[in-house]
Design a protein around this ligand. Structure first.
Ligand code: COA
Length: 433
């Protein structure tokens, strides 16, 4: 699929008509137009945040200029220019196998005014996004969620998980590898470029990942306006003995009452390989005057567990993080590489219609899939579009989903599907979007 300017795609007429029938207006918002500040106010309200300052709004505008902003207005309201619904989306890229990516319709900023909840505004906005994405040729849509109860009804389902990690440094004596390279502090102004460079290398190797963007990296670096901890942000980069910069750690020391046991809060730890990862984790764990290291969005089984003398010094709390929604079955299943051959017929149930159908999935010895509609062979596996979206990256096994009835098929067929779908690297999304 050629790269596509999502800003020029037309507004979904089904949603426009549905909302108009309730007296509401569905419209695009120009990030450089008058509608932008009210859009921002509505998003901040929806996520229970403070009103943004002029500096914060300008900072957000630089990111949102490249995004498709859509809003719902109630023109009878006291503030008719402030949307009662907001959503934004953009063309991103999902890593489906190490070294392989596919276009992803990313969705964010979904809010509905507390005064207008449960009137179908979210349904119209999300349906509008899915129809627009599918019509533009996107095989997959994705989002990260604040609540796990909202998006399943539209066919989204978790496909990559992440752990929040805490390490008690008093218990965690380092037993991991000794990295032969060097660590250096990085000035805060240089952090954005360094984060971008390392993350670009990391994310294309990790199924479930997407690219970051400069606004995200400015936030991590403490350079976003309004960041109260911004001045406390420190960063160290790891360079191999050959001089290649393969890792970066960005962190803040959060002072506790006990001056010898502060918290080191990791804002980002990106490492191209195990060597850089070991160097950066060791730096964090052995930092003087630190009693606890906290990090978010880490792999589901964090590598640091295997690098300390007492693995129970590391606690990891797993959460679903990257939710995907397959819109086009051949496009989505054809976008990754597989671990083993397979020849099955899948029947996919999709109440919204995008992925509905019976599909032949043939995977050759080279790990490449061929997917086409099937009419004449008996079905081997019955599943929902959500279940297929969860299976896509190999982060969960079909045999596990079968226990809850989300997938149905003979045990040996599911076992062969799982052998093919198992991922070369556990799926992970290491940022919020
Ligand atoms: C979540 C939110 C967007 C829902 O908007 P809404 O316009 O009230 O939703 P709709 O009226 O379109 O509801 C569609 C369906 O989703 C259900 N639903 C809506 N919010 C839900 C929630 N938080 N949990 C479970 N179900 C929910 C509705 O009951 C309805 O179900 P039905 O189809 O069976 O009738 C809105 O409550 C909101 O803005 N919340 C705060 C911000 C937020 O959490 N955004 C999500 C970011 S990931």
């Amino acid at each position: 699929m050629a790269s596509i300017d999502t800003l020029t795609l037309p507004l979904d007429q089904t949603s426009a008509a549905d909302l108009a029938a309730s007296g509401l207006e569905y419209a695009r918002v120009d990030a450089d137009g008058e509608g932008f500040r009210p859009f921002q106010r509505a998003v901040a309200r929806g996520f229970l945040g403070a009103e943004s300052t002029d500096d914060e709004a300008e900072n957000a505008r630089t990111t949102l200029r490249t995004r498709r902003l859509t809003a719902v207005y109630d023109r009878q309201g006291v503030e008719p220019e402030v949307p009662v619904g907001t959503i934004d989306s953009w063309a991103s890229e999902l890593t489906t196998s190490p070294g392989r990516t596919t276009p992803l319709w990313s969705i964010s900023a979904v809010t509905v005014a507390a005064t207008h909840r449960r009137r179908g505004i979210a349904r119209a906005m999300i349906g509008g996004e899915l129809r627009t994405a599918a019509a533009a040729g996107f095989a997959i849509a994705g989002l990260t969620v604040t609540e796990a109860t909202i998006y399943g009804r539209w066919g989204f389902s978790p496909a990559a998980w992440a752990s929040d990690v805490e390490v008690d440094t008093g218990r965690a004596r380092w037993t991991g590898p000794t990295a032969p390279g060097r660590l250096d502090f990085v000035p805060r102004e240089a952090v954005v470029d360094r984060l971008r460079a390392v993350h670009e290398r990391v994310r294309v190797q990790r199924p479930g990942s997407v690219p970051g963007w400069d606004g995200r990296w400015r936030g991590v670096a403490g350079l976003a306006p309004g960041d109260k901890s911004g001045e406390k942000v420190r960063a160290v980069a790891y360079r191999t003995a050959e001089g290649d910069e393969t890792g970066i750690l960005v962190y803040v020391i959060d002072e506790r009452d006990d001056f010898s046991a502060h918290d080191l809060e990791v804002r980002a730890i990106f490492a191209v390989d195990g060597e850089a990862s070991a160097a950066l984790w060791r730096f964090a764990l052995e930092h003087d005057l630190v009693g606890r290291v906290k990090a978010w969005l880490q792999p589901s089984t964090p590598p640091v567990q295997w690098m300390v003398s007492d693995r129970r010094a590391v606690t990891a709390t797993l959460t679903d993080h990257h939710w995907l929604r397959i819109l086009d079955v051949p496009g989505a299943l054809g976008s990754r590489r597989y671990a083993a051959g397979l020849d099955v017929i899948l029947r996919v149930a999709d109440p919204l219609g995008f992925a509905e159908g019976t599909w032949s999935l043939r995977i050759g010895a080279d790990g490449e899939a061929q997917v086409s509609p099937s009419i004449d062979r008996p079905v081997d596996i019955d599943l929902t579009v959500g279940a297929l979206s969860s299976l896509l990256l190999g982060g969960v096994r079909s045999a596990e989903l079968a226990l809850s009835g989300l997938v149905r098929g003979e045990a040996r067929t599911l076992a062969s599907l799982d052998r093919a779908f198992v991922s070369e690297a556990t799926p992970l999304l290491d940022i919020w979007y």
